[in-house]
Design a protein around this ligand. Structure first.
Ligand SMILES: [Zn+2]
Length: 453
């Protein structure tokens, strides 16, 4: 199996300690850069009561309070609009003339924030990483890649320059053009690879025969690269998509356009491999989502990912609470032998529940239950009788049993599910069985909770 390597080639001959030292040096420089170039960071350091030059190590840095989050970013952005006439925020560190690309995330609530604001050097870094990911997935110069995300001002657009940089032609069909348009363009342009969300990939499996009269396997894709949802981390979903398309699915993530991670060419899913440790501290800095206290790093640790740029010009982030709950693996990848950190997305901090003092993530519950397919459909709802995060035990979970499941065997299945949840998620819920197809499934974002309060 091909081993994933770091994007910056010099890192591939360094030890983990040497890489950590390099990250430390870059962090200290990035802090000073932020302090010199933005009023926001000057005020933040003043509030905390330290100067950047007083922080000597990553360990000390990780103990600082959170310096940025979505709300702070929004108010910083409002202030720069009022005072300077641009939307990039008071944490913006260069001239508006130097902005190469700006983008925002789709699908989030509230006023959009322009976290994906990139200067030329920022986009060069990201593009190098995207090129490497394509090369690893054997997408080569001259290939065409069906690129079906929300385009333009939305974040995934930030990888388009990287695709072109790799000599690959993007067939960029905005996902809002609809399934029929996407399939028609695929039929006309004959792409050799594709990038989209896993739910769109699943949707096309069913729609391709209806709309263009062929199976998705007839596209003969050599790779499918997906982003944005917890799906490929679920073995049954990965297997279903790979079988239908007849190619490997790579799961990737590019937090705030500042770093990149992707999964390797392995049947089993070993998380996304963080190939740019010199671009961002991600995912080395984790906090408890409830208390925001720093969590020590060890293999399998779960926490909220904190973003800290190490090499960013336009909108560097220092200790930004992302709301993303991730699990980090520090051991060598059993699949490909990659020596760096690997990351698996577990959920969002807004969804976190606290049951008997333990942090519980609905997505983790769903992942465990999905492994019991086809005895269950994989569709679940967590029933809340009071506002989260605290739950009075037992946690109630509605679970759909499979269409061919004999309901007299449910008791035995229930015991098995409870035991696995107890072992893997540290929670023993009450299961409420629902017949197949009775929990509503949505193409967009299926609700996790059923709220009775
Ligand atoms: Zn691997």
């Amino acid at each position: 199996m091909r081993k994933i390597r770091y994007v910056t080639t010099a890192l591939n001959t360094m030890t983990n300690d040497e890489i950590l030292q390099l990250r430390e040096t870059k962090l200290l420089n990035q802090m000073k850069y932020c302090y010199r170039n933005s009023e926001y960071y000057q005020n933040k350091f003043k509030e905390i009561g330290v100067y950047p030059q007083e922080i000597k190590s990553i360990e000390e840095f990780r103990k600082l309070p959170i310096m940025m989050n979505k709300n702070l970013e929004r108010s910083s952005q409002q202030e720069s609009m009022d005072r300077h006439g641009h939307p990039f925020g008071m944490h913006f560190c260069c001239s508006p003339d130097d902005v190469f690309l700006t983008a925002t995330t789709s699908g989030t609530t509230g006023i959009p924030t322009f976290s994906y604001t990139l200067a030329q050097q920022d986009i060069n870094n990201l593009s190098k990483a995207v090129s490497y990911m394509l090369e690893y997935a054997r997408v080569s110069p001259g290939d065409r890649i069906l690129f079906s995300h929300a385009l333009g001002i939305y974040a995934t657009s930030a990888v388009l320059p990287g695709i072109r940089h790799a000599g690959v032609l993007p067939i960029d069909v905005d996902v809002r053009a609809g399934t029929a348009a996407i399939l028609q363009y695929a039929r006309l342009t004959k792409p050799t690879a594709a990038m989209m969300t896993p739910s769109l990939a699943e949707h096309l499996i069913q729609k391709a025969p209806e709309i263009i009269g062929t199976q998705v396997s007839d596209f003969n894709l050599s790779a499918l690269l997906t982003v944005g949802e917890i799906a490929i981390g679920i073995p049954e979903v990965k297997q279903k998509i790979e079988e239908a398309y007849g190619c490997r699915v790579y799961d990737w993530i590019g937090p705030i356009g500042g770093s990149l991670a992707f999964s390797c060419d392995s049947d089993e899913y070993y998380g996304m491999h963080c190939v740019t440790p010199d671009f961002d501290l991600y995912p080395y800095d984790l906090v408890d989502p409830d208390t925001k206290q720093s969590i020590d790093m060890f293999d399998g640790v779960i926490g909220e990912a904190i973003y800290t740029s190490l090499d960013r010009i336009a909108v560097p982030m220092l200790r930004m609470a992302s709301g993303d709950i991730v699990q980090v693996f520090t051991k060598e990848c059993p699949g490909c032998g990659f020596k760096g950190l690997r990351v698996k997305v577990v959920g969002r901090s807004d969804d976190m529940l606290i049951v008997k003092g333990a942090n519980v993530y609905p997505a983790a519950i769903k992942q465990v239950i999905t492994t019991f397919r086809p005895d269950v459909t994989g569709e679940i709802r967590i029933v809340l009788d009071q506002a989260p995060p605290r739950v009075t035990p037992p946690l109630k979970v509605k679970v759909e049993y499979g269409a061919n499941m004999d309901s007299s065997n449910l008791f035995e299945l229930e015991e098995k599910i409870k035991e696995k949840l107890r072992q893997e998620v540290r929670v023993t819920p009450e299961i409420i069985w629902c017949p197949s197809g009775t929990l509503e499934k949505s193409m967009a974002k299926t609700p996790v909770f059923e709220k009775n309060y």
